[in-house]
Design a protein around this ligand. Sequence first.
Ligand code: SF4
Length: 215
Amino acid sequence: MTDARTKEAIRYLGYGRHAVDEQTLALIDVSFGELDQTTQAKSVYRIFDCKVTGEDQVTIGKMNIKSRSLGKNLRGCKEAVVFGATLGTSVDILMKRYSLTDMAKSVVLQACAAAYLEEYCDDLQLSIGEELKAQNKWLRPRFSPGYGDFDIHHQDDILRMLDTAKKIGLTMTDSYMLTPTKSVTAIIGISDTQEKCHIKGCEVCEKKDCIYRRN
Ligand code: SF4
């Protein structure tokens, strides 16, 4: 049976509903094995006060964000988790090596690393969610800079708010790309009411009439 991360890697590879050949499945298997050996995943998060004023104005800690879709998603949240995670530089080195020596493997490894990071973030989010549940608080979906109208320039604010360079070795380039490349920053709203949010986000959530749905 195909596990969740393999399914995700297949999706990243763009197979959709088409059957995946045995050779690609074997490459996926080997790639996840190598990632298990190589990855030095790290994460950091902090909880900040959150205010949504108007339809597209959000303040998280001292960060002011103009975003309609984030504003909608965080409506009703008085706090938010600010979150950063990385698979580390060793994964970048591995991907670079294959990009020079084996193009097919390199493409599959990229997809597997993306799926690996996603799974890592999902697990962290679930464990943060479990802790908050004890206080009758509930998490909304992860929302990253660059998504929808959430300006990528806020990447900089988030890295500084979390001191990610020092804490987990996560920085960014002048064009706001994260370094190491397989890294994520995100905001996760904390709500006092349970919305039963889907861990994969609003796009796959069945609650089509949700008033917090990002779009
Ligand atoms: S649509 Fe689903 S995932 Fe999105 S905020 Fe609503 S309940 Fe949560």
